[in-house]
Design a protein around this ligand. Structure first.
Ligand code: NDP
Ligand code: 13P
Length: 357
């Protein structure tokens, strides 16, 4: 199973720390890279990440370091757990030290804002498409706080071919952390990134309406528009009914641990975006992802009414109450027919993979 092999985890936030502890508990030698020397010192002496994952005792066979070359030297697996907006930079800094045969697993959930690229596309651009054979994505419903307590969770590893997907599955799988493989890297990336827009919005709805009916409608129609974009971008529609789609949507829209939902609640209570982000004080991926997805929807010619309203609320000062009124009063339509049409479009366009930008 590769236990006792070396793993480098880049990014010492809540997810990087939880995954590093998970893999160390499984018997791997784990190096956890942080960009902050004071945090390295604190992790190694107190054996706890008091800022990002308080209350979890870190295993002895994981060591924090600020030295990228050192942590990556001889690592068979490299886990990226930095926020998506810093993925390109950290990857560029790390690349020279990553062994050609090492499996790179990205765990960030986002779309790059300026390029509108999925993170596997960023990886291809920075590392070269030749290295894509050793690239995988870990996604699905998995809050760090619960994974660190070994509460049962099920996730997905997606990769372009079986071999890296199975390597990733074997790396993470334990009795309490069940890992499925999925060949649909586009769908898994989109599901993980776009659910954060819906979680932010669900938080807003929680913050000012508090209606379960409204929330259920918002989540369900959110999944419909994620699927619509996914189909246009040549993802497998079924991925969105799985762990990286519906599964992650459920957890992020309902959990007390969700930073996206918590930020949304503050906005729904009348606080500004800046106040909401300062209150959470951890990465809230849904903000940048809303802007990026707004761009993707335009580029692919896909209607995404919830994303459009979220964009207006977050960046154009629209009142959330007006946004809900606008969503409720759109032209009448047929739920199933709409999905069927999107699917036909998928079949027609699947041989033409060139996006409209
Ligand atoms: N938390 C969770 O439960 C889960 C998170 N994820 C995803 O994992 C990714 C990381 O999230 P998470 O760990 O929760 O985030 P946190 O906010 O908990 O931590 C972010 C970490 O990234 C570091 N960081 C930020 N910018 C940079 C940079 N430019 N270079 C290097 N390090 C940087 C921060 O360092 P510093 O303290 O110095 O700012 C901090 O250690 C996100 O994409 C998130 O969506 C996925 C599944 C579960
Ligand atoms: O992706 C996550 C859980 O699967 C984490 O979601 P939040 O970033 O909203 O906390």
């Amino acid at each position: 199973m590769g236990e006792n092999g070396k793993v480098a985890v880049l990014g010492a936030g809540s997810w990087g720390t939880a995954l590093a502890a998970h893999l160390a508990d499984k018997g791997y030698r784990v190096g956890l890279w942080s960009r902050r020397p004071d945090q390295v010192e604190q992790l190694n002496t107190c054996r706890e990440n008091s800022r990002y994952l308080p209350g979890i005792k870190l295993p002895e066979n994981m060591l924090a370091t600020g030295d990228l070359e050192h942590v990556l030297s001889a690592a068979e697996y490299v886990v990226f757990s930095v926020p998506s907006h810093s993925f390109r930079q950290v990857l560029s800094d790390a690349l020279a030290y990553i062994d050609e045969n090492a499996l790179v697993i990205n765990t960030a959930k986002g779309i790059e804002e300026n390029s509108l690229q999925r993170l596997s596309e960023v990886f291809g651009e920075v590392a070269g498409n030749g290295r894509a054979k050793n690239y995988a994505v870990l996604s699905g419903p998995s809050h760090a706080e619960e994974v660190a307590l070994k509460m049962p969770a099920a996730v997905v590893v997606a990769a372009a071919s079986d071999e890296p997907a199975t390597r990733g599955q074997d790396l993470f799988m334990t009795e309490t952390f069940r890992v499925y493989t999925n060949p649909d890297i586009i769908g898994v990336e989109l599901g993980g990134a776009l659910k954060n827009i819906i979680a932010l919005g669900t938080g807003i709805v929680d913050g000012f309406i508090g209606s379960d009916n409204t929330k259920a409608a918002f989540i369900t129609r959110g999944l419909a528009e994620i699927t619509r974009l996914g189909i246009a971008m040549h993802a497998n529609p079924l991925t969105f009914a799985g762990l990286a789609g519906l599964g992650d949507l459920i957890v992020t829209c309902t959990s007390k641990h969700s930073r996206n939902r918590r930020a949304g609640i503050e906005i729904g209570r009348g606080n500004s975006l800046e106040q909401a982000l300062a209150g959470v004080n951890m990465v809230v991926e849904g903000v940048r992802t809303t802007r990026a997805t707004h761009g993707l929807a335009k580029a692919w010619g896909v209607e995404m009414p919830i994303t459009e309203q979220m964009y207006q609320v977050l960046f154009k000062g629209k009142n959330p109450k007006t946004a809900v009124v606008n969503l409720m009063n759109r032209d009448k339509t047929n739920e199933v027919e709409e999905v069927a049409l999107a699917k036909i479009k998928w079949w027609i366009e699947k041989d033409d993979k060139s996006p409209a930008f």
